[in-house]
Each structure stands twice: as C-alpha cells, then as structure tokens.
Design a binder for this molecule. Structure first.
Ligand SMILES: C[S@@+](CC[C@H](N)C(=O)[O-])C[C@H]1O[C@@H](n2cnc3c(N)ncnc32)[C@H](O)[C@@H]1O
Length: 240
C-alpha cells in the first residue's frame, strides 16, 4: 500500500486526480457547525473545539474553513463533492462525518454532489461534554452513500454500522477535531482491501493512518501547513 498527502487547497488537489481512479471517499470536512448567528460564525475554532481551561501545553493550532453559514456550507460541500464524484469509481462508497447540527445539510450535500444517500451511522462518545438539565451531544454521525449502486464485495460480510469510542483525550490530541483510531479503522473497511481511500480534509491524518493499518492506500490533502506536517509525521510512523 502507498500514501500521499498534498499540502494545499482541496479543489486544486481534486482537479489533478484522474476520473474514476479512487475506491472510496472517507472525510471529515470542517463542520461549520453552530453557524446560525453572526457571532457563532466569527468564533475561532480553538474556543469552539477546545475546553476553555485547556493546559497551555496542550493547546492546538487553529484551522480555517469552519465559518460558513448553512447556505454557503451546502454550496461549498456540493462543489467539492461533485469533484469527488468525478474521481471515484462507479459503485465506490462515500463516508462523510458530521454532527447533529449539520446532519440535514450533509444528507442534502451528499445527494447534491450526485451520490446515492444510503444511511446514517452514529459514533457515540463515552465522554461527551456534560449538559446540565439536558441531553449531552452524545454522538457524531457518518452520512454514507455511493456513486450509483454500491459495488458488490465478496471479501467481507456486514460491516459495523455504529461505533462506541471515547473522544481522543485532550492531552493526547493532535488536532482540535481528531477522530479516534478505533472508529477510523472500522470506517475505512468500507473501501475494498488494497483500494485507494481519498480524504481531501486530512487534519492530523486519522483517515490515512487507519487506511494504511487496514491495508488500503491513501491520498489526501490538507490546507494548513501545521496540520500537514503533523499528518506527514503521523503517517511516516505507520509507514515511512
Ligand atoms: C475537521 S478537520 C479534519 C480532522 C481529521 N479528521 C483528524 O482526525 O485529524 C478538517 C481539516 O480540513 C482542513 N481544511 C479546511 N479547509 C480546507 C480546504 N479548502 N482544503 C484543504 N483542507 C482544508 C483544515 O485545516 C482541517 O485540518
């Protein structure tokens, strides 16, 4: 298996990929969640995704693209998903992470991008942020689908459609919105063994690491110079 992570903007990167060359899209784009009001949209990602009492030595770098309102978020997702549609093989699966606020938008976006929407799977967290007098936001979601009818697989039976795993502990996190390895290793199995997984929003490289550990190849892209370096180091640890 092989991997490559480009440093730059997702559109420019996707445009360089060949038609029908990729076996699965697994991505966790900036959610732009909570962008209902002007102050929500202008809040920095660190105050959104990091506890206010974070130990300064565990503070994580900011990233961009998390400040769109609902209309522009839908338009933007439709654009890059349409480009992903072009580069995916017929029957390839698509997996998009989202949260409860952006769930309706994400199920619209996957279809607007041209894919068949096939379902929603939850990642329930063992350690959600508590909410006094109300239900905590216990889950994030995977919205999934495929390019046309899902390609048949004879190498695997049913995959797990729900994952229960703690958020990565603040002291160990490499990215503000890092996804746990145990979730990602299950999720990337939607790609056939030996196939190529695409993630245009790499962050700290959780999708890529899981893909390599599960015997899939990986191509990805990250805009932030800092997180690109973090992802490269992480990938080099699993497969130099
Ligand atoms: C939600 S995070 C991904 C986190 C990742 N799943 C992890 O576990 O570390 C989204 C990433 O997309 C990057 N990003 C935002 N806009 C981008 C763009 N237009 N092109 C490429 N990357 C972008 C951000 O810098 C951020 O690191």
């Amino acid at each position: 298996v092989q991997w490559h992570i480009h440093r730059g903007e997702a559109f420019a990167f996707l445009r360089e990929l060949k038609d029908a060359s990729i076996d699965a899209l697994v991505t966790d784009p900036p959610y732009s969640s909570g962008g209902f009001t002007r102050s929500d949209r202008t809040t920095g990602v660190q105050s959104k995704y990091q506890r206010h009492d974070v130990n300064p030595e565990h503070e994580l770098a900011a990233f961009s693209g998390d400040n769109r309102d609902q209309r522009s978020m839908l338009a933007w997702c439709t654009l890059w998903l349409s480009e992903c549609f072009r580069v995916l093989k017929e029957g390839a699966p698509v997996v998009l992470f989202t949260d409860w606020r952006q769930l309706p938008l994400t199920t619209d976006a996957i279809q607007a991008g041209g894919f068949v929407w096939r379902g929603i799977c939850p990642w329930t967290k063992m350690n959600p942020r508590p909410r006094k007098g109300g239900f905590p936001a216990t889950a994030e979601f995977v919205v999934w689908g495929s390019k046309g009818p899902l390609a048949p697989r004879d190498d695997v039976g049913c995959l797990k459609g729900a994952w229960h795993a703690p958020k990565v502990h603040q002291s160990k996190r490499l990215h503000l919105t890092e996804k746990p390895d145990e979730v990602m290793r299950e999720v990337v199995r939607i790609c056939p063994p030996g196939g190529i997984v695409l993630d245009p929003f790499v962050g700290s490289g959780s999708t890529g690491k899981a893909a390599i550990l599960e015997g899939r190849s990986f191509v990805g892209c990250e805009l932030s110079e800092h997180y690109h370096a973090v992802a490269m180091a992480r990938m080099n640890e699993v497969q130099p």
